[in-house]
Design a protein around this ligand. Structure first.
Ligand code: HEC
Ligand code: HEC
Length: 369
């Protein structure tokens, strides 16, 4: 009797242990499945498939194009600036390093107490706009300069060398005087910029060069809304009066001016709304990057409109864009080949202007043929 009871007891415990084991295994499988579903996408980060359908007419909408652009940005190989340490073996090492210093600390040489030419600029540094000494992705970097200059530029209507382009920034962005093209300083800045872009094949622009494109809004950019953006996201550094803040020993700006007597003039790239908006979108507030932007497209355009509706030193730009058909849609000074006024050319909406310019181009082509 006792023996049989023992046996039955033994079976019972074995069965209950087996059931426990099965339940445990089942639970394990469930947890594994959940974990897989949850984490699996992280194992294949580069296998993003882009599924964007054209509309019924076979066209892609602007949003679809934007999506494709964003998706492609994730898998692009961006330009990488050469390492400074690689200069050790370069015969031009000292000249290149001097050029880098001129870009980072321009005010030490050309600012109010500049060692080379006092007060010949507004006191800004090239680096205030060409971030990280011209190496930051979409931070107005110099990666495409060596590979694309000398080149034809529509603003002057002529072939420009690197030194001509550098002097453009001295005269406009730094609202100052051009420097002697045969000076050691010009040679140094050119040497540094050329060295940065030495790995880029002739005529090519590497991914991430210059500024990243920003789609036009459907409406005009709004300075009133831009004022609110400025107050919330820019004022803390660039100050209530927009004139920036100097460092303690007044040798350079900690926060550079956005408007006022010491800012870029009306002939500068940033005075065009699209250039300002592109720069702000990928770089401001400070520490924003193209992949961690902090402004919506609307905010970028509107704050550009607000800043460029404030006072900037005036530069005579009458000689700019000698070929009227090459004027960009957002050049705020006439005359124009179309009938839109200066206000719309400054603030937009730009799409109707762009459409008109394309139509004019097509009709010119047609009359030629
Ligand atoms: C206030 C801002 C600002 C400052 C300061 C500034 N630049 Fe520029 N620079 C620009 C903008 C904006 C562009 C044009 C970007 C565009 O249209 O894509 C530009 C373009 C250039 C280019 C041509 C880049 C290219 O890829 O075609 C060079 C070279 C250049 N700057 C050099 C300098 C140098 C050197 C200094 C200092 C002496 C300087 N810049 C100071 C704003 C500035
Ligand atoms: C946390 C501080 C900070 C905030 C906030 C900030 N900036 Fe800047 N900004 C800077 C600094 C610093 C530079 C110069 C970068 C350098 O020298 O490396 C700069 C440079 C600029 C420049 C180019 C130089 C010039 O003065 O023309 C523009 C344009 C600009 N900022 C616009 C904006 C806008 C628009 C906003 C708000 C959306 C903004 N910034 C918010 C710190 C800031």
């Amino acid at each position: 009797m006792k023996e049989r009871e023992d046996k039955e007891h033994h079976y019972a415990t074995t069965i209950s242990r087996l059931t426990q084991l099965v339940i445990f295994l089942l639970a394990l499988v469930v947890i594994l499945i959940i974990a897989l579903v949850h984490y699996a996408p992280n194992y294949v980060p580069n296998k993003k498939t882009i599924e964007i359908e054209p509309d019924s007419n076979g066209n892609f909408t602007l949003e679809a194009k934007q999506k494709m652009l964003e998706a492609s940005l994730d898998i692009v190989d961006y330009w990488i600036a050469p390492e400074i340490s690689a200069l050790e073996k370069n015969a031009n090492k000292n000249l290149i390093l001097y050029g880098k210093d001129l870009i980072e600390h321009t005010a030490n040489y050309y600012g109010e107490n500049g060692s080379i030419f006092k007060s010949s600029t507004n006191g800004m540094n090239c680096q205030n706009c060409h971030l990280e000494a011209g190496t930051k992705i979409f931070g107005n970097n110099y990666s495409a300069v060596a590979s694309t200059y000398p080149k034809y530029r529509a603003r002057s209507g002529s072939i420009e060398t690197i030194s001509k382009r550098i002097n453009d920034c001295f005269e406009r962005s730094l609202n100052g005087k051009a420097i002697d093209t045969s000076s050691k300083e010009m040679k140094a800045i050119t040497a540094y910029i050329s060295w940065l872009g030495k790995g880029v094949p002739k005529s090519e622009k590497p991914a991430g060069s210059g500024l990243r494109d920003l789609p036009f809004l459907d409406r005009a950019a709004d300075p009133n809304n831009g004022k609110l953006v400025y107050e919330q996201k820019c004022k803390s550094c660039h100050q209530t009066n927009g004139e920036g803040l100097m460092n303690a020993d007044k040798t350079a700006y900690t926060y550079p001016p956005l408007w006022g007597k010491k800012s870029y003039n009306t002939g500068a790239g940033l005075y065009r709304l699209s250039t300002f908006a592109k720069f702000a979108k990928c770089n401001m507030p400070q520490n924003a990057t193209y992949d961690h932007t902090q402004l919506t497209d609307e905010e970028a355009w509107d704050v550009a409109a607000f800043v460029n509706s404030q006072y900037h030193p005036v530069k005579d730009t009458k000689a700019d864009w000698p070929k009227i058909e090459e004027k960009p849609v957002d050049h705020p000074f006439g005359p124009y080949q179309d009938s839109f006024d200066e206000k719309q050319h400054k603030y937009g909406p730009f799409k109707p202007i762009q459409k008109k310019i394309m139509a004019l181009k097509d009709s010119k082509k047609a009359t030629k043929e």
